[in-house]
Design a protein around this ligand. Structure first.
Ligand code: 0O2
Length: 211
C-alpha cells in the first residue's frame, strides 16, 4: 500500500519541484533587472497521505476519484509584499504557456468566514514521465506576507482545536484577520516609498534568500 501511494504521488512531487524552480525563476528575473519583484518567496508541498485520506473522507470522495477531484495534492504558495503584487503574479501565471489555469478562487475580495484571505488558482501542469506526459492538478495560493502570517497561525490553531474553535478564539482570529487586512492597506499606501527604499538598500547589501 505504501509503495502504491509513493508511485501515485511521484508525479506530484515532480510537478511541485519543477513549479518551485519556475516560480523562483520569475523572482530571479525581476531581481536581475533591478525591478521590484512581486514574488517575495515560494514554498511548495505534496499533501501527506493521511491528509489526503482525511479530506477525501470529509468530502465523500471515493479513493478511485481522488486524482480527478482533489485539486490540491500538489500545492504551491507564493508570498508577496503588497496586495497589488498578487494581481501582477496572477497575470504572469495567466500568460505562461507551460500550464493552464482551470479555476480561480478570489478569497481576497470574498474572504472566508474564518477571516482567511488568499487568491487561489487551480492549474493543470504537464509533467514528462518515462511513460509519457501526465497532466497534474495543482493549487497555487497567492497571498501577502500579512495574509500568510494569519493563515499560518490559524492553521496551527486548527490542529489544536480540530477545526472547532471556541467562540472567543473565533472572534479573536477574525479581529486578527482584520488587523492583517489593515496592515496590507497601510503598506499599500506607502508602497512607492517602501519600494524606493528597498531599491537603494538592495544596491548596498547582500540579501537573505529562500533558495
Ligand atoms: P492544507 O493543510 O493547507 O492542505 P473548501 O475547503 O471546500 O472551502 P477547497 O475546494 O478545498 O475549498 O479549496 P480552497 O478553499 O480553494 O482551498 C483549500 C485550502 O486553502 C486549504 O487546504 C488551506 O490551505 C487554505 N484555506 C482555506 N480556508 C482556510 C482557512 O480558513 N484557514 C487557513 N489557514 N487556510 C485555509 P486544506 O486541505 O484545508 O489544508
Amino acid at each position: 500500500m505504501e509503495k502504491e501511494w509513493e508511485l501515485f504521488l511521484a508525479p506530484y512531487e515532480q510537478a511541485v519541484g519543477e513549479m518551485k524552480v519556475k516560480l523562483r525563476g520569475i523572482r530571479k528575473q525581476f531581481r536581475e533587472q533591478n525591478k521590484h519583484t512581486p514574488i517575495e518567496f515560494v514554498t511548495g508541498r505534496v499533501k501527506p497521505v493521511d491528509s489526503i485520506l482525511t479530506k477525501a473522507a470529509l468530502r465523500n470522495i471515493p479513493v478511485e476519484r481522488i486524482e480527478e477531484e482533489m485539486q490540491d495534492i500538489a500545492g504551491l504558495r507564493i508570498m508577496c509584499q503588497f496586495v497589488e503584487d498578487i494581481r501582477q503574479v496572477v497575470d504572469i501565471i495567466r500568460n505562461r504557456k507551460d500550464l493552464q489555469i482551470i479555476q480561480e478562487r478570489d478569497y481576497i475580495t470574498n474572504k472566508k468566514e474564518s477571516g482567511y484571505r488568499s487568491y487561489h488558482l487551480v492549474i493543470e501542469y504537464p509533467v514528462q514521465l518515462i511513460t509519457g506526459e501526465k497532466k497534474i492538478l495543482a493549487e497555487i495560493q497567492i497571498r501577502t506576507l500579512a495574509m500568510n502570517f494569519w493563515a499560518t497561525i490559524e492553521h496551527s490553531l486548527n490542529y489544536k482545536y480540530q477545526g472547532v474553535f471556541p467562540e472567543e478564539m473565533k472572534e479573536r482570529l477574525q479581529r486578527a484577520a482584520e488587523a492583517a487586512y489593515q496592515l496590507d492597506e497601510e503598506m499599500s499606501t506607502i508602497r512607492e516609498e517602501i519600494q524606493e527604499a528597498q531599491h537603494l538598500f538592495s544596491h548596498g547589501r547582500g540579501k537573505f534568500q529562500d533558495n
